[in-house]
Write a protein that binds this ligand. Sequence first.
Ligand code: CAO
Length: 416
Amino acid sequence: MSKPLEGVKIIDFTHVQAGPACTQLLAWFGADVIKVERPGSGDVTRNQLRDIPEADALYFTMLNSNKRSLTLDTKTQDGKEVLEKLIQESDVLVENFAPGALDRMGFTWERINELNPKMIVASVKGFSDGHHYDDLKVYENVAQCAGGAASTTGFWDGPPTVSAAALGDSNTGMHLAIGILTALIGRDKTGKGQKVAVSMQDSVINLCRVKLRDQQRLDRVGYLEEYPQYPHGEFTDVVPRGGNAGGGGQPGWVLKCKGWETDPNAYIYFTVQGHAWEPICRAIGKPEWIDDPAYMTAQARQPHIFDIFNTIEAWLADKTKFEAVDILRKFDIPCAPVLSMKEIANDESLRASGTIVEVDHKARGKYLTVGSPIKFSDMKPEITGSPLLGEHTEEVLKDLGYSFDQIANLREAKVV
Ligand code: CAO
C-alpha cells in the first residue's frame, strides 16, 4: 500500500527527543527520513539509559523507527559537500540543535535556500527567535517550567511539578510535524520552500491554554469555582495548582479503589458530569441525592464536592478499578482506571490498534515501542526497528553518486 508521504525526502538532523519524535512520525507515514549522525557516537540517546550493554538504548530506538542512518561529520569540508548534495536532493531539513549551531556549521537559511530554493528548513528551539531567552539550551522540564505547565501542576501545598508526559519534547515535535506538512502543501502552490520554527515554550503554552483562560477569569472575579481552593481556601492573584481537579466545567478527582493501600495505581478518575448527576446517584446507591436541593445543581454541589467524592470512595472500597469502571460505564459516566505502564504495555486493545507495537532490532531483538496514535482508513503505518549507527551510510552515498573508492576514502578520513 503506498503511503501519502512516499517521495518526500527528509534530512533528519535531529537528536534527543523533540526533533526525532517529529521525523519519526513523518517516517511512519512514508517519508524517506535520513538521520544524519556524528561518526563514532551518533545521537546521544543511543548511549543514554542503556538496559543492554552493547545495544542502542530504548530511548533511541523508540524515537527513531522507520528511519535510515547516515554517519557524517558535517564540520569537515568533505562532510559539508555530502550535506550540500543531500540538501539539493531533499525536500525538508529538520534540526533541533542549540541556537546558532546550524549557522556555525555554515548552513544558514540563506545558504540552504541558495542550494535548494524548494527546501523546507524546520527547527525546534527552546524559545522563539527574538525571545529574551532565545540563546538558551533547553530540555523537557525547562520547557514545562517556562510554558506555564509546572506552575499549574501538582498540589497547592507542594512545589511546581513537571508532568511525565513529554509536553516540551514530543509535543513540540508534533507541532513541528504539522508545520512541515503545512509548508509542503504551501510549496505545492508557490514552488518555494520556507523556514518553519517551533519553540518548546510556545508548544507547552499552546497546551496550557486553559490555564491562561483561568488567569483571566481569576483577574476578573478573584476565584475559580472548579478548583479545590473554592470556596473554603484562599486564592492569590495567580492560577493555583489544582491537584487532580477537572480542568474544564466538570468537577473530577482521582478516587481510591480496592487495594489502594498496596497498589499505587488502584484508583479511577471520576468525573461528575453535570447532566449525568442522576445516573451517578443511581450508580453509587444514593438516589435520594437526585432531587435534594443541596445536590441537584453543579453550583449546589461545589461547596461540598469533596464530601461527594468521599462518598463515592466509600462505594469504591470493595471494587477494583476495573470492576468500578465496568459498573460506571453502564451509567454513561466519564471515567477510567489509572493505568500503570505495565498495564499499558500488556493492554490487548492497544496492541490490536497498533498504538503499542513489538518490533525487531538487529542488536537488541524484540522490544516494545509506540505506533501511530493517528489512525487512517486507507493506511496502517507499519512500524520498523530503528537503524544501527551508520547502517545506511553506503546506500545513501551511492545514491548521491559516490563511488566505492570515494566512500572508502571518506571512511578512512572518518568523515562518515
Ligand atoms: N557532525 C559534526 N558536528 C555535529 C554533528 C555532525 N553530524 N551533529 C551535531 N554536531 C555539532 C553541532 O554543530 C554543535 O556544534 P557547536 O556547538 O560547535 O556549534 C554540537 O554538535 C552540539 O550540538 P548542541 O549544542 O545542539 O548539543 P548539546 O548536547 O550541547 O545540547 C540540547 C543539546 C538539546 C540542549 C540543544 O541541542 C538544544 O537546546 N536544542 C534545541 C532545543 C531542543 O530541541 N531541546 C530538546 C531536546 S529533547 O529533550
